[in-house]
Each structure stands twice: as structure tokens, then as C-alpha cells.
Design a protein around this ligand. Structure first.
Ligand SMILES: O=c1ccn([C@@H]2O[C@H](COP(=O)(O)OP(=O)(O)O[C@H]3O[C@H](CO)[C@H](O)[C@H](O)[C@H]3O)[C@@H](O)[C@H]2O)c(=O)[nH]1
Length: 337
């Protein structure tokens, strides 16, 4: 079997591609390279182009009729950018997903695994989210993902397409074999800023220390990107059991949501402690005001992922930090080469 991976030259898509390849399932990568990196496709079957390009998608299915499942990662993902340019986010994340779904249906591909976000939930009082938590997306990025999911659910009800949507929060780490990782050399997320501070020998700023959490700092569900990739592979393995192809009339929509997470999350101070554990005591952090628009955050209860995918995270936060540090080094070598 082959798997078509949109956004397969990006951080998460490229890791998923490697994980499938290791299981003997050949990835076919479709990526525009607007944010993806060409090197991440080295040695893989690769098509450069847009997921909305029907002729290209038809050609891919003609040339690779063994494709049994499409993993749809291609998307714009930066929350502040989505607030500045919502039209672009809806065009790409919603409009192109509509087009891509149509191309899948036309080509008889009836399985899609959709890379989605647990950022669309309203957290419960204890800051946990489950698949039954209310949906309350707070910005155009998470709203575009939610709308794409609602649309896909409608398409599943009316066509042969079936979708498993995997929702997760903050991916960190890198491919443990360092084939791929985060593209950006200047990441603005917490771990990226920690690595930057560590390399420059300046204190890391903990932005926000007055949140209602166990230590006053914001909570996130950081999850190792290889664990995410393993979940996509598990979803492909078990796809037909999760959403059966032949459903009795009126039973099920052919659409299933599964959250991926650690079950307790990590606060910024805990992330700092883990970072120190990896690099040594000399790493210094200082308190600073919260960033504009920051939120207290949430963590994901992964019970359904265990039940349906037999999946739970295997890497620790320290592993993810170690891999991110190694990747930062490797990325510099790639840039120089
Ligand atoms: O230098 C920093 C950077 C971040 N933080 C804090 O760390 C927490 C997590 O921040 P991140 O930026 O790592 O994660 P967010 O969930 O806030 O948002 C990020 O991750 C999202 C993906 O889940 C989107 O990609 C989004 O655009 C991106 O900003 C926040 O409380 C933030 O204030 C610091 O203390 N110091």
C-alpha cells in the first residue's frame, strides 16, 4: 500500500512520511513547498504542487493506484498570521480542503486522516479537553480547522469518503533519526525560544506567571512529533475498524474524531525544569508579563486514542527537548550545505 501525504515536506507531514516508510508503507508526498523544505522529500516520491490542483491529484492517483489512504496535513498554521489575514487562512485551510476532498472522491480514495487541532475546544474547569468538550475556537486558524472538519463530516455522510480526524496541541521534538524537524530557524514557540536563549547565553523569559494553574504559568500539551506520527500510522492500520466502509443505513457518519495528548500537560515552569535537566543547571529563566493574546491553555485526555488506536505517547518531554536541540544543530548544517 502507499499513502498520499499532503504537506509531506513540512514538520509534521515529513515525520509522518518517515514513520510510514519504516512500516513498509510507501509515502507519496504532495507539497507546494511554500513552507515545506525540498530536502525533507529526498528519497521519497514527491510531487510539488497545490492540493487544490485536480489534474495533479488525478495524475498522482493514475501513477500510484496503490494509494489506500490520504493523510491531509497541508495547511497554514500560524495563529497570529491567521488573525492578520483570515481570508488566506479560510482559502487554504477550508477552500483547498474542500477541493482536495472532491479530488479524493473522484479518484475513489475513501480514506482520509486529517491533521487537526485540539485548540478548537473550550477547556473544562480543570483545563482538560476530551472529544466531548464544547467547541469554541478562538481565532481564524482554529476556526478554519473546525469548519473544515464540519464540512468533511457532511461529505462523509453523502459520499464514500471516510475521515479520521486527529486533534492535538503543541508538537515539539524532531525525527529521532534527525532526517527532519522544524523548518524555521527562528521559532517563536516556548521550546524554540528556550533553545535560542540557551545558545545565546541569555535568560529565557517566562511570559505569564499569574495563570490559575499548578504553578502560575500557562499549560500546554507538548507532544513529541514522532508520537504524533505513530498515531497517524495507527489510524491507517486500524482505519476500517474505526470507520467501517459498509455502514448499515443511518448508522455512523463515516467520520471520527480522536484527540492525541499526554493526559496531564506541562506548564512553562515544568518545561524550563525539563530543559535544565537536559542541558544543566546553568540555564536561567526570569519572569515576564504574558504575551498579548496568550491563553492559560489546556491538556488533552487521550483515553479514546488508547481505546481506538492503542496509542499513547512514548517519548518524554526530556526526549523531545534533546531531539529539538540536536535538530537545531542539524538544521544549521543543512542551511550551510
Ligand atoms: O519565550 C517564550 C515563549 C513562550 N512562552 C510561553 O509558553 C507558553 C506556550 O507558548 P507557545 O508559543 O509555545 O505555544 P502557544 O500554544 O501559545 O502557540 C503556538 O503554538 C500553536 C500550535 O499549537 C500555534 O502554532 C501558535 O501560532 C503558536 O504561537 C505560553 O504561555 C507562552 O507565553 C514563554 O514563557 N516564553
Amino acid at each position: 500500500m502507499k499513502v498520499l501525504i499532503t504537506g509531506g515536506a513540512g514538520f509534521i507531514g515529513s515525520t509522518i512520511a518517515s514513520a510510514f516508510a519504516e512500516r513498509g508503507i510507501t509515502p507519496v508526498v504532495l507539497d507546494s513547498l511554500i513552507t515545506g523544505r525540498q530536502e525533507f522529500t529526498d528519497g521519497k516520491i514527491f510531487y510539488q504542487g497545490d492540493i487544490g490542483d485536480g489534474e495533479l491529484v488525478d495524475a498522482i492517483f493514475r501513477e500510484h493506484p496503490e494509494i489506500g489512504v490520504a493523510v491531509h496535513c497541508a495547511a497554514l498554521i500560524v495563529v497570529p498570521d491567521s488573525m492578520k489575514d483570515p481570508l488566506r487562512y479560510y482559502r487554504v485551510n477550508l477552500g483547498r480542503t474542500r477541493d482536495f476532498a472532491e479530488h479524493l472522491v473522484r479518484n475513489g480514495c475513501d480514506r482520509m486522516i486529517f491533521a487537526s487541532t485540539a485548540g478548537m475546544y473550550r477547556p473544562e474547569a480543570d483545563l482538560s479537553v476530551t472529544e466531548t468538550s464544547a467547541l469554541e475556537p478562538q481565532n481564524p486558524y482554529t476556526r478554519s480547522k473546525m469548519m473544515a472538519e464540519l464540512m468533511l463530516e457532511d461529505v462523509c455522510r453523502a459520499t464514500s469518503l471516510r475521515v479520521v480526524s486527529l486533534r492535538y496541541l503543541n508538537p515539539i521534538g524532531a525525527d529521532p533519526q534527525l532526517r527532519t524537524g522544524l523548518q524555521s530557524s527562528k521559532p517563536t514557540h516556548a521550546l524554540g525560544k528556550m533553545i535560542e536563549s540557551y545558545e545565546l547565553g541569555v535568560p529565557f523569559k517566562i511570559t505569564g506567571v499569574d495563570w490559575d494553574t499548578r504553578d502560575g504559568t500557562a499549560i500546554r500539551d507538548y507532544i513529541h512529533v514522532w508520537d504524533i506520527a505513530r498515531a497517524f500510522c495507527a489510524a491507517a492500520d486500524r482505519f476500517d475498524a474505526i470507520v467501517p466502509p459498509l455502514r448499515p443505513a443511518g448508522e455512523g457518519s463515516g467520520y471520527e474524531v480522536i484527540n492525541l495528548g499526554t493526559g496531564d500537560g506541562t506548564t512553562v515552569r515544568e518545561l524550563v525544569d525539563a530543559f535544565r535537566e537536559v542541558v544543566g543547571e546553568a540555564f536561567v529563566a526570569e519572569e515576564a508579563p504574558a504575551r498579548p493574546g496568550d491563553v492559560v491553555g489546556a491538556f488533552v485526555r487521550p483515553d479514546k486514542a488508547w481505546e481506538l488506536l492503542r496509542w499513547k505517547p512514548e517519548y518524554t518531554i526530556e526526549d523531545a527537548i534533546r531531539h529539538s536541540l540536536q535538530w537545531a544543530e542539524r538544521r544549521r548544517e543543512l542551511d550551510v550545505a
